[in-house]
Design a protein around this ligand. Structure first.
Ligand SMILES: Cc1cc2nc3c(=O)[nH]c(=O)nc-3n(C[C@H](O)[C@H](O)[C@H](O)COP(=O)(O)O)c2cc1C
Length: 156
C-alpha cells in the first residue's frame, strides 16, 4: 500500500476544514478529498468516513462549510485531523454564515454548502453538495495534500 498512498499524494488536492452543524451540535474535520463537480448549478463533492464524529451531525443537519487552508496552516490541519477531542472547535475564530454554519475566519475562504445527495464509496461516503455561497476571507496560497506528509497516517 506504500506505493499507492505515495502516488495518491501526487494527485493534486488541497486541504480543507469541513465544519458541520445540525443546529444543536457543531464539529469540524480536516479533508483532502474535495473537488468541484458541476458548473450549473455549482456543486462539489467530498468524501467522509462514516465513523467520524462529524458524520452524524452532517447527516442530520445537511449543511457545511468547506474552508480552504493556506500553506502555513499545518497546525490547523493537524488539529482538525484529530479524533476524540471534546472541545475541538474551541480556540479558533468562527464566523456565522447566512445558513447558520460556522466558517473558519483565518482560512483563505470558504464554500457554504447544502447536501444534495450521497453515495457510498467503499469505506467512505461521497457527499455531493450544492454551493450556496463562496467567500474570500484572507489572501494566501492553498495548502497541498502532499505538504501534510504523514499527518493522516497513510505512510506505512
Ligand atoms: C491531511 C488530512 C486529510 C484528511 N482527509 C480526509 C478526507 O478527505 N475525508 C475524511 O473522511 N477524513 C479525512 N481525514 C481524517 C479526518 O480529518 C480525521 O479522521 C478526523 O479526526 C475526523 O474528525 P471527527 O471524528 O472529529 O469528525 C484527513 C486527515 C488529514 C490529517
Amino acid at each position: 500500500m506504500k506505493t499507492l498512498y505515495e502516488l495518491c499524494k501526487l494527485i493534486t488536492q488541497g486541504v480543507y476544514v469541513i465544519a458541520v452543524t445540525d443546529g444543536q451540535r457543531e464539529r469540524a474535520f480536516t479533508a483532502a478529498w474535495v473537488m468541484q463537480v458541476s458548473f450549473e448549478p455549482p456543486m462539489l463533492v467530498f468524501s467522509i468516513n462514516p465513523q467520524h464524529s462529524s458524520y452524524p451531525i452532517l447527516k442530520t443537519g445537511g449543511r457545511c462549510t468547506i474552508n480552504v487552508l493556506a500553506k502555513q496552516q499545518l497546525g490547523i490541519a493537524a488539529h482538525f485531523g484529530r479524533s476524540g477531542l471534546d472541545d475541538k472547535m474551541t480556540g479558533f475564530q468562527w464566523q456565522k454564515t447566512q445558513q447558520g454554519t460556522s466558517a473558519l475566519a483565518e482560512s483563505i475562504g470558504y464554500f457554504e454548502c447544502s447536501v444534495h445527495h450521497t453515495t457510498v464509496a467503499g469505506d467512505h461516503e461521497l457527499i455531493v453538495c450544492n454551493i450556496l455561497d463562496a467567500v474570500f476571507l484572507n489572501p494566501g496560497e492553498p495548502m497541498l495534500y502532499r505538504d501534510t506528509g504523514n499527518m493522516d497516517g497513510t505512510d506505512t
